[in-house]
Design a protein around this ligand. Structure first.
Ligand code: MN
Length: 228
């Protein structure tokens, strides 16, 4: 079919070790998946089922990028997260089968315009302008599960200008990766290239122009970006 204008380029994330790239279809994010972070945001972590929001695929930013500070905010926050890349889709995926749908894992930042998100919460409005803005999803290269397995524990942290700001362990996730995939697949049809930002540990905070962010997850990798 003749397109009326050229299609946007396919968004990709490199596979670690130079094994090509994964094509990104959709970005799903899990809210409040670590108890301490849920508490710092004023919620009871024990009684809430997981909930989801999304970012556009082209919010992905490559490791090493100097990102322009986004418009419309005076309170840009970092959220360091495990990123799960699906290599296989499905609906109503069973928890026991879910990890078989994972291609690999990365280190991501769910960057958040906290002031706009806070306004939206207060007014009962959608979160998109707080969460789904341009260049809001930095992500490291993806480590295939065939190489690293399925990390269920290990340190996750982010430093800002060398100072540790968020720190936690993957074993503190309220909803495990396989549970998250299963629940999400009961709500939408998942497909290869769907990626899931799996929630952030406590310690979120503001980033300003000139800041350098260094994120890490044991056994998964490292992510560094800066703001200009
Ligand atoms: Mn998040």
């Amino acid at each position: 079919m003749k397109l009326a204008f050229p299609a946007a380029p396919q968004v990709t994330i490199p596979v670690a070790g130079g094994e090509g790239a994964v094509p990104v279809r959709r970005i799903w994010c899990v809210g409040r998946n670590y108890a301490e972070h849920a508490r710092e945001m004023g919620h009871d972590p024990d009684r809430e089922p997981p909930f989801f929001f999304s970012k556009p695929a082209d919010a992905i930013v490559a490791n090493g990028t100097a990102i322009p500070y986004p418009p419309g905010t005076k309170d840009l926050h970092h959220e360091i997260e495990l990123v799960v890349v699906l290599g296989k889709g499905g609906t109503d995926i069973k928890v026991a089968d879910a990890l078989g749908h994972v291609f690999g894992y990365g280190v991501g930042l769910d960057m958040t315009r906290r002031d706009l998100q806070g306004q939206a919460k207060k007014m009962g409005r959608p979160w998109e302008m707080g969460k789904g803005f341009d260049q809001s999803a930095p992500c490291s290269a993806i480590q295939p599960a065939t190489t690293i397995g399925h990390p269920a524990k290990g340190a996750i942290w982010v430093k800002v200008n060398g100072q540790t700001k968020q720190t936690g362990d993957l074993n503190q996730q309220i909803w495990k990766v396989e549970e998250t995939i299963s629940i999400l697949s009961s709500l939408v049809a998942l497909a290869p290239g769907d990626i899931i930002y799996n929630g952030t540990p406590a310690g979120v905070g503001a980033v300003v122009k000139g800041d350098k962010l260094d994120g890490h997850i044991d056994g998964v990798g490292d992510l560094s970006v800066s703001y200009r």
